[in-house]
Design a protein around this ligand. Sequence first.
Ligand code: SF4
Length: 181
Amino acid sequence: MAVNIHPDNQPEGYQGSGFFATTFDKAVGLARANSLWPLPFATSCCGIEFMATMASHYDLARFGSERLSFSPRQADLLMVMGTIAKKMGPILRQVYEQMAEPKWVLCMGACASSGGIFDTYSVLQGIDRIIPVDVYIPGCPPRPEQVLDGILKIQELAKNEGRARRTSPEYKALLAQYGLE
Ligand code: SF4
């Protein structure tokens, strides 16, 4: 695995072979990004593409995400894929709320992102009406390559997000928009 971590200025007395100076934020970000535990919230056909992404050909395990979690308390990446009926909205929101920080949300496919072709009274017209989303994957259905691309984008967020972001006023304001704490 290529480790994309930038060393900081070497402090006096801690230079040369055997030393690698970096910041705590960067080390934490690197660990988080390469050990994402996804919770697949799959309701329909996009879930099939996700299964293909997990299988041997595309092999999501290469990115440290082979450990799927069906318990929100042991997951930090909520992957929503498929048509989300309005009746299911409160359940999705409850799953999101049960996940501990830090957490990210990946929205896969047209249905989860906007309701897709189901512009009808019973279908939620995008999950960002009830929970904040970090990355959207377009398509109906998206190909596994697109899912991998979405995961890589989440990894970039996790890598570069300072530990303080989750307690920042901006993040709290975002959650407040959704009535979340
Ligand atoms: S976006 Fe397309 S493939 Fe995905 S759940 Fe909706 S209809 Fe199915």
